[in-house]
Design a protein around this ligand. Structure first.
Ligand SMILES: Cc1cc2nc3c(=O)[nH]c(=O)nc-3n(C[C@H](O)[C@H](O)[C@H](O)COP(=O)(O)OP(=O)(O)OC[C@H]3O[C@@H](n4cnc5c(N)ncnc54)[C@H](O)[C@@H]3O)c2cc1C
Length: 588
């Protein structure tokens, strides 16, 4: 007999673990979350929070979404991505980023009811974790996962209480390894990880200093410092990152991965800060310093039996593009409704197989993107003449050459402009954030082909109701005038069916099939004099079906299936589709 029992045991309370706990508790699934440390993140690693993640928070509740905005630095202050010789020194160039360029801003506003923002991990984790704990998660800090065994009915994990050194066992139906980039769960399950760990060395120096005079006129999250002779390792160059405007900062600085990690003493930290800020008299209040490695690895299989991995346990990559915590939270959104459906008996265990099928390609994509983004600083170095020499004097001369007159300098200036603009693939990469599409047994396309991307799929979001894609957002209105996103009509742990005039029979079908399968299928009828109205016509333009058709949306906002018009037998159609997706026990 185990010391504790639960439905789902979650190892780790980072963004992945805390999001899982919050979602499972919201769905009414009992869970225990453990963390080997006494509390949550103590350094603000992740910060860029994209719209898709904010949609997960909004799905958890408008109060959860609002709390995030309350603590975040708003999008407008994120935008002037500056390249400079130092904060006090010459500016080399800048690009509008994170959806603040007017063109990009329009796309952001059109694609989601939420806003990108800068929310340090030290704020995000408590929001998710307290949501989880308030809704029923049993959390156990200072508790370290050691090992586990699986059998036909569940998982028994052995953990150590680090305050008493006592060893305990926890029995669960399923276990989630959200235990970060050095995941012991992944290792113990021998899950296959492709790629390489430790491809670069970086250090974080977290400090307080009022730098307003250098930055407030060009507000940004990231200030990239390119200095001849500066240490160009790890992440590529010196980075001064805003934590709180404009008096809390994190410097990210490379070190040679082939040597030992350096000891970051207060004197050393002050010296680096002075060099990057460009102020030899700068005084800093050092908060903390630590080293970390740049990784380039992803899991090709994110589950075995009753054990799953997510977050950095499955995708290990540099912070470029700000995708780590975001993807971790989105992994949780994909898996938790499936676990809930299986545990509640609404679905068979086969539904869970779609987790790896859907999320492993995303893991590969974001690890590749983030590492590629590091390489894409190369053209900036080339254009500045920083790559041909290691002599600081020569490098400075190469940089200065761009200010001369004549064709060579003009060419150099053009190359620099192009190289900086090309960094939109890191700093304004909306398509990577929003275009995730799934192909799996939990998606029924009925042979409909995937629509091609009209524009660059990494840069631009492409709305479509093609099964597998995330449901497009448009604003719709209740009869009382309340403005809602189409995403607000869906999610919250339920399947939802969206239809229109002439599609009334889908509602009867949803009630009948829902009763058979033991689940609630919400139905929204959208049209004039209906409960939900499409005054702008935006929904009709994007929905890709006729008025009487329907779109079946999964609890994670992804389209499960769509019908162009009312079926001859809507109940039979819906039963066919949901049975194929959920594969309930006893289904033929
Ligand atoms: C400098 C920097 C900047 C970044 N910026 C961004 C950004 O802007 N946007 C973004 O999305 N991401 C960013 N990231 C990445 C982000 O921090 C990670 O992707 C994210 O923290 C991963 O979340 P996770 O929950 O998977 O893992 P973690 O946050 O690593 O959490 C792992 C959890 O597991 C626990 N744990 C580990 N082992 C055990 C064990 N044996 N027993 C019990 N508990 C255990 C840990 O204590 C912790 O609670 C950045 C990272 C760095 C270093």
């Amino acid at each position: 007999m185990a010391d504790m029992e639960t439905d789902v045991l979650i190892i780790g309370t980072g963004p992945a673990g805390s999001a899982s706990a919050a979602l499972l508790s919201t769905y009414g699934i009992s869970n225990i979350a453990i963390n080997r440390y006494a509390w949550l993140a103590n350094t603000p690693r992740a910060h860029i929070t994209n719209q898709r993640t904010m949609e997960v928070l909004r799905d958890l509740g408008r109060e959860v979404e609002q709390e995030a905005y309350l603590h975040a630095t708003e999008q407008e202050l994120m935008g002037e991505n500056v390249f400079c010789e130092s904060l006090a020194g010459e500016e080399i160039g800048r690009m509008r980023s994170w959806g603040t360029h007017p063109m990009s801003k329009a796309e952001h506003l059109l694609s989601s009811p939420t806003f990108m923002n800068d929310l340090p991990q030290t704020f995000m984790e408590p929001i998710l974790f307290t949501t989880a704990a308030k809704r029923g998660t049993k959390a156990r800090m200072s508790t370290e996962y050691i090992s586990h065994v699986q059998d036909a009915d569940g998982v028994t994990a052995t953990v150590r209480d680090r305050m008493t050194a006592q060893t305990l066992t926890i029995r669960a139906k399923y276990m989630i390894g959200a235990d970060g980039g050095n995941s012991l769960v992944a290792e113990n399950e021998n899950l296959p990880i492709d790629g390489k760990m430790g491809v670069g060395g970086s250090m974080n120096i977290l400090f307080r200093a009022d730098l307003s005079k250098y930055v407030a006129h060009r507000p940004s999250v990231l200030y990239w410092v390119m200095q001849p002779g500066a240490n160009v390792g790890g992440i590529g160059m010196g980075l001064v990152r805003m934590i709180r405007p404009w008096n809390e900062w994190l410097i990210v600085w490379g070190y040679d991965i082939n040597g030992p990690a350096p000891e970051v003493t207060p004197d050393y930290a002050t010296e680096v800060a002075r060099q990057l800020v460009g102020d030899p008299d700068l005084e800093i209040e050092l908060i903390s310093a630590n080293t970390w490695t740049v990784n380039n690895a992803y899991a090709t299989q994110m589950q075995k039996g009753r054990v799953f991995i997510m977050g950095d346990a499955a995708h290990r990559h540099p912070p470029s593009n700000g995708l780590g915590s975001n993807t971790s939270i989105q992994d949780a959104f994909n898996l938790c409704w499936k676990l809930s459906a299986v545990i509640k008996g609404q679905a068979g265990a086969a539904l869970l197989d779609s987790y790896t099928v859907e999320r492993a390609p995303i893991a590969r994509q974001i690890v590749t993107r983030a590492n590629q983004s590091i390489g894409e600083f190369g053209p900036i170095f080339d254009a500045l003449g920083l790559t041909g020499s290691v002599d600081p004097v020569k490098m400075q001369q190469n940089m200065d050459a761009r200010t001369a007159s004549g064709p060579a300098a003009e060419k150099q200036r053009a190359a620099l402009r192009d190289a900086i603009a090309f960094k939109k693939y890191e700093f304004d990469c909306h398509g990577v954030e929003m275009n995730q599409r799934y192909t799996s047994a939990a998606i029924i396309t009925d042979g409909q082909l995937e629509p091609p991307f009209a524009m660059d799929e990494e840069l631009h979001y492409h709305p479509t109701t093609w099964p597998g894609a995330r449901l497009p957002h448009t604003w719709v209105f209740t009869a009382g005038g309340e403005k809602l996103s189409t995403l607000d009509l869906t999610g919250h742990g339920h399947f939802t069916l969206l239809t229109g005039i002439g599609g009334e029979a889908w509602a009867d079908a949803a009630a009948a099939v829902g009763t058979d399968l033991g689940l609630t299928i919400k139905v929204h009828d959208i049209g004039p004099r209906r409960a939900i109205q499409d005054h702008t016509g935006d929904w009709a333009r994007v929905r890709d079906i006729r008025d009487s058709g329907c779109i079946l949306v999964r609890p994670d906002h992804h389209v499960a299936w769509r019908a162009d018009e009312i079926a001859a037998d809507p109940t039979a159609e819906l039963r066919r589709v949901l049975t194929a997706i959920l594969q309930p026990k006893g289904a033929a």
